[in-house]
Design a protein around this ligand. Structure first.
Ligand code: GDP
Length: 490
């Protein structure tokens, strides 16, 4: 069920032949809990209207785990009796061993794509360790997303005692888990543990920080009620390599590559103003298309662009993979096709040059198939900006719009693209990274799975205490297509 021009609200789909199926669809196969106030978050129960029915169903075990998590969150969430008690313990500095409620606090850090991936990683970690996830709202988290859990907020209360230290936490902080291990202040036999630890999981993390991914250290962390986490990486692939999580993960996700896809659809509901950006754009430019092709362009080279070698690369990729028709540069007269299709390209980029080039090409020349190609780009913000509300709203809307396309082309290394592919359940064609300003050959490669890539994984064998290729241990955790040292779940 997708919104085409005549279906714009849930009321319009009352003529569904099987109401029970509609209800199931609306809750994404049981992924979403029923009973939320619909007006305060329109996207939660309307998203299914814009998507093809999801072929990737959540496992019954994942569903029961999510419902249990929701109960836990209600019992331990902000300002509950348990929460207040645990905050007192935090202030006292020492863990009393009471495991009534335990928490993982996610610190808002890095670009929006990164934040969405790390939040999903932190939530999975919370599910695996029976912790409650609380979210530092940073500058704009509450502007961009709806509350995902019933009754109790996922946001860390504003009066949380150590929020003012979040910015300064780094791998040398006295409360840093890795730093404490390095200085041997804590180890696997330490009796008296602190009431909180800071987990430094940013790409610059050190060997001791990486012990987070070892079973022995998970044993220590299990006794610490508050874990405060700062990360810019999708660290899920390495959770699959921790033996004590292995069994649980295989029950939660029998189809392994659906981790971000399912958790993402569960957690990330655009707030009402972002939903407005998404639905207005979709209805104006995408709804009537026979085929929607998303092209996400993110250039990490210096200089402003547009670069001719990138234009060449996108063209080579979309034509070689038959995502878009070739144009006939000789003929200006169209031979009408029997059944011409309307193909709509949704381009996203900080720069408008690529879009102008493609739009002009398909306007100035006919396609050899007779199909018509419309090219649209919602914004061109020129450079990455932080702390500007509309900028990040647009970025989120664009990731979401890309996820509504039928075929997706993404840029190497970009978490912006990973979010789109994961939410959409799409295996993208990845534009390989140009070297020395030259388009690579082949220009793009089909992704093995829809999962994001972990850009800075550890290469450590916790048992043997030596380096190891963590991309060669199990068949379902491999090196990424776009980053040879990265890891992804396939
Ligand atoms: P990454 O750097 O590609 O991994 O993605 P992030 O989302 O973490 O950071 C890039 C940031 O730059 C985004 O959050 C946006 O603020 C901005 N940005 C990058 N590409 C685009 C784009 O195509 N459209 C918009 N609106 N913003 C973009």
């Amino acid at each position: 069920a997708r919104v085409h021009s005549n279906v714009t609200s849930l009321n319009d789909v009352n003529d569904y032949s099987k109401p029970a199926d509609l209800y199931k669809d609306k809750l994404l196969g049981g992924l979403l809990a029923a009973g939320f106030d619909e007006d305060s978050c329109l996207s939660r129960y309307q998203s299914f209207l814009y998507r093809k029915t999801a072929p990737h169903k959540p496992s019954p075990y994942l569903l029961s785990k999510l419902r249990n998590y929701e109960d836990l969150h209600i019992r331990c969430g902000p300002h509950t009796r348990s929460y207040n008690k645990m905050v007192e313990q935090l202030k006292s500095g020492h863990s009393t061993g009471s495991t009534d409620c335990q928490y993982v606090v996610w610190i808002s850090f890095s670009g929006l794509g990164n934040r969405i991936l790390t939040l999903a990683s932190a939530f999975l970690y919370a599910l695996l360790t029976n912790r409650v996830l609380l979210v530092d709202r940073g500058k704009d988290m509450d502007d961009l997303f709806c509350e995902p859990f019933p009754e109790k907020s996922w946001f860390l209360p504003l009066d949380f005692p150590i929020t003012d230290q979040f910015n300064d936490f780094n791998h040398e902080s006295p409360q840093c888990h890795g730093n404490m291990l390095k200085k041997n202040i804590i180890n696997t036999s330490t009796e008296s543990l602190p009431s909180y630890l800071y987990l430094h999981l940013i790409h610059d993390y050190q060997d001791h920080d990486k012990l987070f991914f070892c079973d022995g250290d998970q044993g220590i962390l299990g006794k610490v009620p508050w874990l405060i986490m700062k990360t810019d990486n999708y660290f899920v692939p390495s959770l699959f390599l921790i033996p004590s999580f292995e069994h649980e993960l295989s029950k939660l996700f029998p189809e392994k590559e659906t981790v971000f896809h399912l958790l993402g659809r569960y957690l990330f509901h655009p707030s009402n103003h972002v939903w407005g950006l998404i639905t207005r754009y979709y209805q104006a430019y995408l709804a009537k298309a026979d085929e929607r092709i998303g092209i996400q362009i993110r250039i990490f080279d210096t200089g402003t662009g547009p670069f001719q070698y990138v234009i060449d690369q996108i063209l080579a990729c979309t034509q070689k993979e038959k995502l878009l028709p070739k144009v006939d540069t000789q003929e200006s007269v169209v031979t009408p096709a029997d059944n011409p299709k309307l193909k709509v390209v949704l381009m996203t980029s900080l720069n408008s040059g690529y879009f102008e080039n493609f739009r002009n090409m398909y306007w100035e020349h006919p396609t050899v198939t007779g199909d018509v190609v419309g090219v649209y780009q919602p914004s061109h913000e020129e450079f990455q900006q932080t702390e500007k509300k509309l900028h990040n709203r647009k970025a989120w809307a664009e990731m979401y719009l890309l996820s509504l396309t039928d075929m997706l082309v993404t840029s190497s290394w970009s978490t912006f693209g990973y979010v789109a592919q994961g939410l959409g359940g799409l295996k993208p064609w990845i534009l390989m990274k140009p070297e020395n300003q030259t388009a690579p050959d082949p220009p793009c490669q089909r992704a093995m799975s829809m999962e994001p890539c972990f850009h800075a994984p550890p290469f450590y064998d916790c048992k043997a205490k030596k380096g190891i290729d963590t991309g060669a241990l199990v068949p379902h955790v491999r090196h990424c297509e776009d980053m040879s040292w990265g890891l992804k779940v396939v």
